[in-house]
Design a protein around this ligand. Structure first.
Ligand SMILES: CC(C)(COP(=O)(O)OP(=O)(O)OC[C@H]1O[C@@H](n2cnc3c(N)ncnc32)[C@H](O)[C@@H]1OP(=O)(O)O)[C@@H](O)C(=O)NCCC(=O)NCCS
Length: 168
């Protein structure tokens, strides 16, 4: 095994990227679309074993303060050998200093906690897709039901104004 990371966007096997993401149900986009998606991203990491693409990750970012991670995947036969860590550390390194957000499958939440991520109560999203897609996302645990409220955090005005220093 001769594994290495590429952080460039040229000469990448985007057919393999499309197949990899598709194999985990993470994206059904074709190779041309994946090429556009990855080339339009701020940072990319591709893991290769020799000339075979085995992993990918990308970040959207302004390069200064905010970043979001997407499409982190490693071929099944390479799991459990710290190569996922290598991939994630590579993409994190490229957005160092930024606030970083991601959403993930419920089964990988505990893994991202190992990289310093914390759960959020106020993260919100608009997802594309039909009613069935959104229902499926709810069922899997990606989305809370419409109108969901945490029992200890009903909607209300912030007391004393917004004096926090968080960049939002
Ligand atoms: C997510 C993924 C890239 C991780 O790769 P991996 O090779 O399995 O992970 P590694 O062996 O590098 O493990 C990295 C660390 O995460 C931990 N970890 C891995 N999977 C975990 C899980 N499901 N829950 C908790 N911890 C987990 C490992 O114990 C290891 O911890 P350590 O380095 O502190 O000992 C890989 O499992 C994958 O491609 N999964 C399918 C796609 C996916 O679900 N992507 C995430 C959604 S964005």
């Amino acid at each position: 095994m001769s594994v290495y990371i590429k952080t460039t966007k040229e000469d990448i096997d985007y057919e393999a990227v499309a197949a990899l993401l598709n194999s985990f149900g993470m994206s059904g986009r074709n190779a041309d679309e994946q090429e556009k998606i990855f080339k339009s991203s701020y940072a990319v990491s591709f893991l290769y074993d020799g000339d075979k693409l085995i992993g990918c990750a990308r970040a959207l970012s302004d390069g200064v303060c905010e970043a979001a991670l997407y499409n982190i995947a490693l071929a099944r036969e390479y799991h459990g050998r710290k190569l996922g860590r290598m991939l994630i550390e590579s993409i994190l390194e490229q957005v160092r200093g930024c606030n970083i957000i991601l959403y993930t499958h419920p089964r990988t939440v505990a893994m991202y906690e190992k990289f310093g991520f914390r759960r959020q109560k106020t993260g919100m999203a608009i997802y594309q897709g039909n009613a069935d897609d959104l229902k499926r996302m709810e069922k899997t645990g990606f989305l809370l039901p419409e109108g969901y409220r945490f029992s200890d955090n009903e909607l209300g005005r912030p007391v004393g104004g917004n004096d926090e220093k968080t960049e939002i």
